[in-house]
Design a protein around this ligand. Structure first.
Ligand code: TYM
Length: 335
C-alpha cells in the first residue's frame, strides 16, 4: 500500500514546467495505482499567500487549477483532489512542526533566499516557514512518495529530517517520505534565459509557455527562444543550455529519452527543430485546453469534486492530527 501526494501553488498561470515536472507524473502514477494505494493532489493556496496575492485573483486561480488538474487527466474516482486551506490540519500540523524546526535550517533554503530578494513590501514570516507547511502537507497523510520537480528537492529533504526528528523525540509517528523526480522534464528552463528555471512568476511572458497559451503563441514563443548559433543539436546543458532545454521539452512531451530525442533530430537546422518542438507541445496542450474550457464552466461538477476531496482528505488528516497531539501532549487525554 503506497500513499503518493503532491501539490501546486495557485499563484499564477501554470507553465509547461509545472506540467512536465509535476502534473504529467501525477497522472502516470494515478494509472499505476493498486488496490489500497492513495493519490492525494491538492491546491496549495496557503503556500500562495507567502507572497502578496490579489484575493479575487487567488480565488480565480484556485478554481482554474482545479479545472486544470481534471483536464490533464486526474480522475476523482481514482485520486483525491482538494484545496489545502479547506483541511485545517495542514496549518495545525505546520505549527507543531515549527516547534522542532531550527531557524537556520529555513534560512538556508535556496528558494527562500531567491524569493526574499524579490519582496518589495518586506519579507513575510510565512515565506521563511513555508517549507514547514510543505512538510506538514506531506507528513499529515503518511505519504511514501512525493512527485515533484528538481526545485522542490531541498524542501523534501527538510520534510524527511522533520519526520525523523519528530519520530526520535516522540516515538515512531511519521513515515519518512521519498521524492520522485523524473529523469527528463524535472527542470524545464526559461525560454528567454535557459540558465534560469521556467517559472509562473517570471515577469517576462515570453520566457514561459503557459498551459492555456493558444497555438500561435506557443509557436511564436518557441521560435523566438534563446539558443546558441552553432546549429548542432546536442544535449549539453552547460555549453548549450537553450538547445538542451528544447531537447528536454521535446523528449518529455513525447515520453522518450533525451538520447532518442537527439537521434530523431540530427542534421536539421534550429528553425526546423523549433517547429518540431512546437508541434509536440501543441499536440500535448491543445486537447488539455479543450477539456479545461468545458470543465471551467461546470461549477457544479468542480464543487462536487472538491467537496468530496476535502471530506476524504480531512478523514485522513484528523486521524493523524489526533495522534500527533497525543504524542506531543497538548490538549486533554481522549479528546
Ligand atoms: P510550485 O507550485 O512552484 O510548482 C508545482 C510543481 O511543478 C514543479 N515545477 C517544475 N518542474 C519542472 N520544471 C520547472 N520549470 C518547474 N517549475 C515548477 C515543481 O517542482 C512542483 O513539483 N511548494 C510547492 C507546492 C507544494 C508541494 C507540497 C509539493 C506545497 N506543498 C507538498 C509537494 C508536496 C511549490 O511551490 O510548487
Amino acid at each position: 500500500m503506497s500513499i503518493i501526494l503532491s501539490g501546486i501553488q495557485p499563484s499564477g498561470s501554470l507553465t509547461l514546467g509545472n506540467y512536465l515536472g509535476a502534473i504529467k507524473n501525477f497522472v502516470k502514477f494515478q494509472e499505476d495505482l493498486k488496490e489500497g494505494d492513495e493519490l492525494f493532489v491538492f491546491i496549495a493556496d496557503l503556500h500562495a499567500i507567502t507572497v502578496p496575492q490579489d484575493p479575487t485573483k487567488l480565488r480565480d486561480n484556485i478554481k482554474k487549477l482545479a479545472a486544470l488538474y481534471l483536464a490533464c487527466g486526474l480522475d476523482p474516482s481514482k485520486s483525491t483532489l482538494f484545496i489545502q486551506s479547506e483541511v485545517k490540519e495542514h496549518a495545525e500540523l505546520a505549527y507543531i512542526l515549527q516547534s522542532i524546526t531550527y531557524i537556520g535550517e529555513l534560512e538556508r533554503m535556496t528558494q527562500y533566499k531567491d524569493k526574499k530578494q524579490k519582496q518589495v513590501e518586506g519579507v513575510s514570516t510565512a515565506l521563511l516557514t513555508y517549507p514547514i507547511l510543505m512538510a506538514a502537507d506531506i507528513l499529515l497523510y503518511n505519504s511514501d512518495y512525493v512527485p515533484v520537480g528538481v526545485d522542490q528537492k531541498q524542501h523534501l529533504e527538510l520534510a524527511r529530517n522533520l519526520a525523523e526528528r519528530f519520530n526520535y523525540r516522540y516515538s515512531e509517528t511519521f513515515k519518512v517520505p521519498e521524492s520522485l523526480i523524473q529523469k527528463t522534464g524535472s527542470k524545464i528552463m526559461s525560454l528567454q534565459n535557459p540558465e534560469k528555471k521556467m517559472s509562473k512568476s517570471d515577469d517576462n511572458e515570453k520566457a514561459s509557455i503557459y498551459l492555456t497559451d493558444n497555438e500561435a503563441t506557443i509557436r511564436k514563443k518557441i521560435a523566438s527562444s534563446v539558443t546558441d548559433s552553432d546549429n548542432s543539436i546536442i544535449f549539453d546543458p552547460v555549453n548549450k543550455p537553450g538547445i538542451s532545454n528544447l531537447l528536454s521539452i521535446y523528449a518529455s512531451c513525447k515520453g522518450i529519452s533525451i538520447e532518442d530525442a537527439v537521434n530523431e533530430n540530427q542534421n536539421i537546422n534550429y528553425g526546423i527543430f523549433k517547429t518540431r518542438v512546437a508541434d509536440e507541445v501543441c499536440r500535448l496542450l491543445i486537447p488539455i485546453q479543450e477539456r479545461y474550457n468545458s470543465i471551467l464552466n461546470d461549477n457544479e461538477y468542480l464543487n462536487k469534486v472538491l467537496d468530496e476531496g476535502r471530506d476524504k482528505a480531512s478523514f485522513f488528516a484528523r486521524k493523524m492530527m489526533a495522534k500527533v497531539n497525543r504524542k506531543v501532549g497538548v490538549g486533554r487525554k481522549n479528546n
